[in-house]
Each structure stands twice: as structure tokens, then as C-alpha cells.
Design a protein around this ligand. Structure first.
Ligand code: UT7
Length: 316
């Protein structure tokens, strides 16, 4: 059984908010935001949109592109830290019904900004074991609903959006399909570093500096480890697709590893940090632009609340 990504999709809400628009009502500036994060704009969900409605649109796009029917999907995984309902039901169950995936099991994966890489490894394991033949992995977030819009330290960082990939093991796959076992980690001693709400407030809390330091330490470690475990060198990687948290984190990682920055895909300037959705949105853009060629080694890198981190390694 050789799992591979069959197709991708994304959905971005219409409303675009620039740094200048935020600066008009907050004590911040385009200069501060761009120089500290690399962000220029972000998209925010409309009042009638939800995490599951964004997820649905991204999933529809992925299914259509693969020419697959909803009834063929065995499992739906939604990586999200901003679900429609805190607790339950899962966004995945809502998507399952609305998409018409009558045969699919459904669950959310809660690992914040690492959620998508955790979900991809879950999908890979189901496919390799034969427990599923077609899995929809979606990252979807509406962080705009859990942000304190008067807190300049957090609200400038995030955006809403959704991305999806369809993973399968169909016959007739090119022989270069190759999906390696992922590396996933968690350090719960940092659980209080980034929380979706607080005891005394309904809003997200973040110790930005601590998350930053965690990211620039763990990411190069995981990249080095997965490459050595698979007998690959940095030069073998055509693309590293990192979680889009902060352009400075990506630049620091590139420098630390000695890899040219142009092998990291970056779109944070446009979308800001869309948490669990950032990697599948990036993959869909890359796919659309024709940047992903058959046989290319691709590494997905997630990190964030938990604290958690993980990497998925595969050939396109
Ligand atoms: O997806 C995972 C989730 N989150 C992350 O990955 C975030 C990781 N962390 C970061 O990206 C960075 O730590 C931030 C971008 C959040 C912050 O950058 P920083 O360089 O660590 O800034 P800081 O928090 O140390 O704040 C420096 C100064 C402070 O002022 P004082 O105390 O030095 O006078 C802040 O009050 O910048 C001030 N500041 C701002 N100024 C203008 C904080 N936010 C803003 C703002 N505009 N939006």
C-alpha cells in the first residue's frame, strides 16, 4: 500500500484586512507588523461562515479535482483549534454530512498549528494498514472568533481559511509514490504557553517569545532527524512547506540549516497565520502554480500549541 496525495483544495474567505486597516484602530503599524512577522494582509470569515463551512468548501475543491465521489471517502479528519462547537460535535462530522460522505468516519484532530501534520500521519497510518482507502485531511480555522481584537500582540498575527488534501492508495499510482513515517512530538510542559481561551477570558493567550524560541529549536532538530532516519540529505529536499507562523521563524530555520530560503514555500504575507490550515493552503497554492513535480521530495513542518511539532516526508 503506497499512500499519496491525490489532490488539494482551499477556500479563503472574501474579506481581506490590511495592516493599515488594523493600524487605524490599534496602536500598531504596517512597519511593525511586517518587520516582526512578514505579514501584510489576512482574510477574515464572514458572519455566516464557520470553521466547518470553510472546511467544506476546501474539501469539495479537493474531491472535484481528484474526480472522486463523496461516497468513496472512508475517513474525514479536520485539523482545527477553532471548531464550530468547543468540545463536540466535531467539525469533521458536520463536513461528513454536508459533503454527503455517507460511508466516512469523521473526527477532529486537536494539535493546533501542528494539527495538519498530525492528521496527515493519522491518514497515512490508516491507509498503510488498509483501514481506509480514501482519506480527506482538512485544516480549517476561524481564529477571528477567538481573538481579542483590542490586543495588538495577538490579533495582528492570525487569519481565517481552510485547505484540504485527499490521500489515497489507488491502483495505477506512479511507482515513485513514497510516503515515509512521520515524526511527531509533544511537550506538555509548555501547555500554558498558547491557549485557545483562558480561565478569566474567552480569548486566545500566547507567550509569543516562548513559542518563537520553541519553534526555532525544534524545527531544525526534526528536519535533521527525519532526513537521517530516511538516508536523505538536505539537498534531496525540493520543498519544505512550513507552518506559516512568522517569516522570521522560517528565515531563521533556513539559515540554521544552511538551506536557501527559496526552497521554503512562504505565503504568510498574504494570509497571516491560519494555524492548522496554513500548510494545506500552501500546498494547494503550490499545486495550482505547478511547483510540485512528480518525484520531488517534500517535507511538511508543523509546530505550535501543546507544545507540539511534527514533520511529514513524502515524494509528490
Ligand atoms: O502558530 C504558532 C503560534 N504563534 C507563533 O508562532 C508566534 C511566535 N512568536 C512570534 O512570532 C513573535 O514573538 C511575535 C511576532 C508574536 C512578537 O514579536 P517579538 O519580537 O517577540 O515582540 P515582543 O512580544 O517581544 O514585543 C516587543 C515590543 C513590546 O513593546 P516593549 O515592551 O518592548 O515596549 C510589545 O508591546 O513590541 C510591542 N508590540 C507591538 N508593537 C506594535 C507587540 N505587538 C505589537 C504590535 N505593534 N502589533
Amino acid at each position: 500500500m503506497v499512500p499519496r496525495i491525490l489532490s488539494t483544495g482551499r477556500y479563503i474567505p472574501e474579506r481581506c484586512v490590511s495592516n493599515d486597516e488594523l493600524s487605524a484602530r490599534l496602536d500598531t503599524s504596517d512597519e511593525w507588523i511586517f518587520s516582526h512577522t512578514g505579514i501584510k494582509t489576512r482574510y477574515l470569515a464572514a458572519d455566516n461562515e464557520t470553521t466547518s463551512s470553510l472546511a467544506l468548501r476546501a474539501a469539495q475543491a479537493a474531491l472535484e479535482r481528484a474526480g472522486k465521489a463523496p461516497g468513496e471517502v472512508d475517513l474525514i479528519l479536520v485539523a482545527t483549534g477553532s471548531p464550530d462547537y468547543p468540545g463536540f460535535p466535531s467539525c469533521a462530522s458536520i463536513v461528513q454530512e454536508q459533503l454527503g460522505c455517507s460511508q466516512a468516519a469523521a473526527m477532529d484532530v486537536v494539535a493546533a498549528c501542528s494539527g495538519f501534520v498530525y492528521a496527515v500521519e493519522t491518514a497515512r497510518s490508516f491507509l498503510v494498514s488498509g483501514a481506509a482507502r480514501l482519506v480527506l485531511v482538512i485544516g480549517s480555522e476561524v481564529f477571528s472568533r477567538i481573538l481579542d481584537w483590542s490586543d495588538r500582540a495577538t490579533c495582528i498575527l492570525f487569519g481565517d481559511g481552510a485547505g484540504a488534501v485527499l490521500l489515497g492508495t489507488d491502483e495505477g499510482l506512479p511507482p515513485n509514490g513514497d510516503f515515509r513515517r512521520s515524526l511527531l512530538m509533544s511537550d506538555g510542559s509548555g501547555a500554558e504557553t498558547l491557549t485557545s481561551r483562558q480561565a478569566h477570558s474567552p480569548y486566545l493567550f500566547m507567550n509569543g517569545r516562548r513559542v518563537y524560541n520553541f519553534a526555532i529549536k525544534i524545527v531544525p532538530e526534526l528536519v535533521g532527524k527525519i532526513l537521517s532516519e530516511n538516508g536523505l540529505a538536505l539537498d534531496d529536499l525540493r520543498w519544505i512547506v512550513p507552518h506559516q507562523a512568522n517569516a522570521r521563524i522560517i528565515e531563521s530555520t533556513a539559515k540554521g540549516l544552511g538551506i536557501p530560503l527559496n526552497r521554503f514555500y512562504m505565503n504568510i504575507a498574504r494570509y497571516a497565520n491560519t494555524s492548522g490550515a496554513s500548510i494545506p493552503i500552501a500546498l494547494d497554492e503550490m499545486n495550482e502554480k505547478g511547483l510540485l513535480k512528480r518525484g520531488d521530495w517534500v517535507l511538511l513542518v508543523g509546530f505550535g500549541a501543546g507544545l507540539t511539532a511534527g514533520v511529514n516526508l513524502f515524494r509528490w
